[in-house]
Design a protein around this ligand. Structure first.
Ligand code: IPE
Ligand code: IPE
Ligand code: MG
Length: 235
């Protein structure tokens, strides 16, 4: 399978609705959501996928009630602390993409510790988009380019990509969004130019390995043309 699909992005949406449907507080949905991340990582390793990007917390999500933000940050921090050893034993390299300046210092420390502890892992790259906005990532790249006094001739698409948080990572072949919403919500705005999309009605805490595999199989049936015509099309 790895020949066809290298990178899958996942917009993990629907945690709040999952909890509300059960009369539970929203954070219960986030808790369940974290468990699903582990399941999908295991499944991606089995399917020989090289990179998974989980949209965990958008730059816009900072505008949620303070209490919810705190709970999400705590869950994230605990998850990383608890999972570091498992990441290492599974060969999972953890990497964060997003705006580091906006993340509280204690949380950022845990993120960076996990990044360095897993930096040599080679089985799968698990990118977590935290405090992430595609537009923010582009603006930060532009600023880097200006600060470095880059000459215009040097700026092409490959160069620009290398200035993004995802430098060196292949673009997502497939982006899955759960919970029935059909929008990108500022996820991998530059990198998704030619991604395929898979929208699922399932709320993220109910998402399963089976459905993940189904999305991959669905992707493999698609024909990607990248603006060209298919080899087999008659003129
Ligand atoms: C996704 O679930 C997780 C985050 C955005 C952090 P939501 O919290 O957006 O859940 P819904 O969309 O309100 O159901
Ligand atoms: C997108 O979900 C962000 C994450 C899944 C982390 P949101 O729930 O924040 O997106 P909108 O508000 O429905 O677009
Ligand atoms: Mg949502």
């Amino acid at each position: 399978m790895s020949r066809f699909i290298k990178h899958v992005g996942i917009i993990m949406d629907g945690n709040g609705r999952w909890a509300q449907l059960r009369g539970l507080p929203r954070y219960e949905g986030h808790k369940r959501g974290v468990e699903k991340v582990k399941e999908i990582i295991r499944s991606a390793i089995r399917l020989n996928i090289d990179v998974l990007t989980f949209y965990a917390f958008s730059i816009e999500n900072w505008q949620r009630p303070k209490k919810e933000v705190e709970i999400i940050m705590d869950l994230l921090q605990n998850h990383l602390r608890k999972e570091t050893q498992t990441f290492i034993s599974q060969g999972v390299r953890f990497k964060m993409i997003g705006n580091r300046d906006m993340i509280p210092k204690n949380i950022l420390n845990v993120i960076e510790e996990t990044e360095s502890a897993t930096s040599e892992c080679k089985e799968l790259i698990a990118q977590f988009a935290i405090s992430y906005g595609g537009r923010d990532e582009i603006i930060r790249a532009v600023k880097k380019i200006i600060i470095n006094n880059t000459v215009p001739e040097k700026v092409d698409e490959d160069f620009f990509s290398s200035m993004l948080d995802t430098a060196g990572i292949p673009e997502p072949d497939l982006i899955i969004r759960t919970s029935g919403e059909q929008r990108i919500s500022n996820f991998l705005v530059w990198q998704s130019a030619y991604s395929e999309f898979y929208f699922s009605q399932t709320l993220w805490p109910d998402f399963t390995e089976e459905e993940f595999t189904e999305a991959i199989l669905d992707f493999q049936k698609r024909q990607r043309r990248f603006g060209k015509v298919s080899e087999f099309t008659r003129p």
